[in-house]
Ligand binder design. Structure first.
Ligand code: ATP
Ligand code: MG
Length: 785
């Protein structure tokens, strides 16, 4: 190597260079948001390739989302100045696991039953359907023990790599059968109760019989494979000379085991992460994996990055101030040498979630005109709206549709989860793998073929009696004439169709795109929607067209099906400019010049679940999520909350999030919602926090602000719009604690005199000279001054 560093190393700081150049042996890069972890990791890949330490196929690089994987591939390509020709092992844990499993599927299974390389990957819906069948067969009280609930237990086992035979008895759970209902089983019949492990076992057996795996299996089966077959493990260890992992803080135990097994031999593993951004604890991620790394890979080099290159000083300070409230942190310093402090983080309260969406829409339109000196010209691609819960998206989608603002929902209610898409996919699945019984069940009578429950039962019985799959069962039914009339004829046509299309899948001269179109036409599925009079039918036909279009990007149907099973985010090609709407979880690792963070209200963010939990674990995870949100912003971050929000069809009043109180005030600018009285933080808070559920006129009598022209204007607005229909009854009930009104002066032992800005049940939001606090009324006294 020459003394002068390669050009791609020149832009890095010393710590980053160390991380890039320490190629051999274990490396842990532990650093805060925006410090260039991902950039260092990407450069490391380029460095490995350029030094000839590894060929593209010998590098295993794991990212958390497909989007991140694509991004990384592009960045490596740019660094090398040419497209990397294939980085086949750069992807998510799941996508890489699928590839490994397909090669060794036969080694997974038991009692003579094994996976086949063509196995299907079930999504949540399929998973629940299988579980429901088991629940019914076991006569379990489904009202109390839902499929979803049991599925979450099974997922938990899988996140920890616990197979049915290895779950410790202490981790078992019990469900009850419907009183008086018992089932007869080989082992002499069960009692009233049924063990969770037993259900898990049955579920796994059923998946095996279906030649299917669920998401959790992908990792668990790989680990099982590596553990049970040292020769196979060795083969993969030899292949992957270097292992790199981004967003390491979010790995769960199964993923950790997977990594450790693969890295054990050569120990060339580099993990980067940030404990403050660990946001998947609810899915089994273990921040402890960061600490275990140094134990499992003794002598690991730990590199810390402290310079943030992404955000302005105000944004960085606001985020750092907020996360400082968390107790369980490794702790680290973050600094930036940016000279321009930038704009403060903006905070604004709104009347309701629709006003919030309207205001954000207007803000974005004003940016488009390029009015902001501090930001300059903005492309819609520079703007993101990051929500806590996906139900928040609808208000924005509706609003943006109305004003014609282009947007895309990333990872939201997904394209591939729509009914017509799922139906079409079921056709493709069955055509590709005729043994896919779930797909068969979904479409055998869609469109209507006159095959009701009874007909389906006949097919099931034929299949069971002959030990074949449902499609074969149907063939037998047709041949034996077990179903007569129209239904029988339709079934014959259906079975013949699947057979014909299946032959076409195997015929390499047939284009899979044309075949897909033909399947939808000849099966009568397209016609079903063409004949449908409902207003959403045209949209569904468009979606089907889009589906066929999406197929063009793939070599064959099977590749496409795999893609859909894995890909979480929707890809719709290049549209020139769009605002991105996504969840905070989905935004991890990404950055945008302008970020909106709506819905900062207690019960939404932090979530009710986190608030109800005893201890601070849940709350701390929510706070980390808030930290992730703010640190996505490069130049402008805007936090907002609404005083009323429709949740599951009901209006509820809400208090500003406790995280709002925790923002360091020096770095926050409070905006006044348009058309409101007064100004400043107080107005925003009062507006949002204090309106919930009471008779406004009654409260207006208590506070002078309500006589202001602004208030009246706002009320007029409120009547123009539909007023909230149903609200939770809060404020001013018989409780003496609630004898306060907005605008009252109060005194607190520690914080001194303040003004009441918001009221909810027995809690008040009070503006003290030192900032805003949400406090139980019992700790306050009225004050004259
Ligand atoms: P996160 O924790 O959010 O995933 P990160 O640590 O992975 O953040 P990157 O996304 O790699 O950070 O980098 C943040 C931004 O800083 C990117 O725009 C990147 O290009 C830029 N950046 C990183 N390192 C440098 C550097 N040495 N000089 C200039 N810009 C840099
Ligand atoms: Mg990153």
């Amino acid at each position: 190597l020459s003394a002068r560093p390669a050009p791609y190393l020149e832009g890095l700081n010393a710590a980053q260079r160390e991380a890039v150049e320490a190629l051999d042996g274990p490396v842990l890069m532990l650093a805060g948001a925006g410090t260039g972890k991902t950039r260092a990791l990407t450069t490391r890949i380029a460095h490995l390739l350029l030094l000839g330490k590894a060929r593209p196929g010998q590098i295993l690089a794991v990212t958390f989302t497909n989007k991140a994987a694509r991004e990384m591939k592009n960045r490596v390509g740019r660094l090398l100045g040419e497209a990397v020709e294939g980085m086949p092992w750069l992807g998510t844990f799941h996508s890489i696991s699928v590839k490994i499993l397909r090669r060794h599927a036969e080694l997974i299974g038991r009692d003579g039953l094994h996976l086949k390389p063509s196995f299907t990957i079930l999504d949540t819906d399929d998973q629940l359907r299988v579980l429901k069948q088991i629940i019914q067969a076991e006569a379990i009280d489904e009202k109390k023990w839902t499929a979803r609930w049991i599925a979450s237990h099974i997922d938990n086992y899988k996140n920890r790599c616990l197979r049915p035979e290895s779950v410790p008895a202490s981790a078992d759970f019990t469900v009850e059968r419907i009183p008086g209902k018992f089932v007869t089983r080989k082992d002499g019949g069960p009692g009233h109760e049924c063990s969770g492990i037993e259900l898990y076992r049955q579920y796994q057996d059923r998946l095996l019989a279906l030649n299917a795996v669920d998401f959790g299996d992908l990792l668990m089966h790989c680990v099982t494979l590596f553990q049970a077959h040292p020769d196979v493990l060795k083969q993969w260890q030899d292949r992957f000379r270097y292992i790199l992992v981004d967003e390491y803080q979010d790995t769960n135990i199964a993923q950790y085991m997977w990594l450790r097994l693969l890295a054990q031999a050569h120990r060339n593993i580099c993990c980067v992460g940030d404990d403050d951004q660990s946001i998947y604890g609810w899915r089994g991620a273990e921040v402890g994996n960061i600490l275990r790394f140094e134990q499992d890979f003794p002598g690991a080099r730990v590199i810390r990055l402290e310079q943030n290159y992404r955000s302005t000083p105000h944004i960085l300070a606001a985020a750092s101030g907020l996360i400082a409230a968390n107790k369980g942190r490794l702790g680290k310093t973050l600094w930036t040498d940016a000279e321009d402090e930038g704009e403060r983080v903006r905070l604004i309260g709104h009347w309701d979630s629709e006003a919030e969406a309207r205001w954000i829409g207007e803000e974005i339109e004003s940016f488009q005109g390029g009015h902001r000196a501090s930001i300059g010209r903005v492309s819609l691609n520079d703007i993101a709206i990051l929500v806590r819960a996906s139900h928040q998206m609808r208000a924005f989608e509706d609003r943006f549709m109305t004003i014609g603002l282009p947007y895309r929902v990333i990872g939201g209610p997904r394209f591939y989860e729509r009914q017509e898409i799922r139906d079409a996919m079921a056709y493709f699945r069955l055509v590709v793998s005729p043994a896919d019984d779930l797909a068969f069940e979904r479409i055998v009578n869609t469109p209507k073929r006159g095959l009701g429950d009874k007909a389906v039962q006949t097919i099931q019985t034929a299949a069971r009696n002959n030990g074949v799959n449902l499609l074969e069962g149907a063939r037998i039914v047709v041949e034996d004439g077990l179903i007569g009339g129209k239904g029988g004829a339709a079934l014959r046509e259906f079975v013949n169709g699947i057979g014909r299309w299946h032959a076409d899948v195997l015929d390499s001269t047939v284009s899979h795109v044309e075949l897909a179109e033909r399947i939808l036409d000849e099966s009568g599925y397209t016609a079903m929607w063409q004949n449908e009079k409902s207003p959403d039918a045209p949209g569904r036909l468009d979606n089907l067209k889009e589906l066929v279009k999406a197929l063009e990007e793939f070599d064959n149907l099977q590749g496409f099906l795999e893609h859909v099973a894995l890909v979480m985010d929707r890809d719709e090609g290049e549209v020139s400019e769009e605002v991105s709407i996504m969840t905070l979880h989905g935004a991890k690792g990404l950055e945008f010049p302008i970020v909106f963070l709506p819905g900062w209200e207690d019960g939404l963010f932090p979530s009710q679940r986190a608030m109800d939990e005893s201890g601070t674990r849940g709350l701390e995870e929510e706070r980390r999520l808030a930290y992730v949100g703010i640190t996505r912003a490069e130049r402008l971050a805007t936090i907002s909350f609404a005083g009323n929000r429709r949740l599951y069809g009901q209006w509820q009043s809400s208090m500003p999030s406790r995280f709002v109180d925790e923002l360091p005030e020096d770095h926050v600018e409070v905006l006044t919602p348009p058309g409101l009285y007064g100004g400043g933080y107080g107005a925003a808070m009062a507006f949002a926090g204090a309106n919930g559920g009471t008779d406004m006129h009654q409260r207006a009598a208590h506070a002078d602000v309500y006589n202001s022209p602004g208030w009246k204007r706002m009320q007029a607005n409120a009547t123009l719009r539909k007023p909230p229909v149903q609200r939770t009854p809060v404020i001013i009930d018989a409780e003496p604690a609630a004898g306060y009104a907005v605008g009252d002066r109060v005194f607190h032992q520690k914080f001194g005199n303040g003004t009441v800005m918001g009221i909810a049940e027995d809690t008040l939001t009070v503006q003290f000279p030192t900032g805003f606090k949400t406090i139980k009324a019992a700790y306050l006294q009225p004050s004259g001054s």
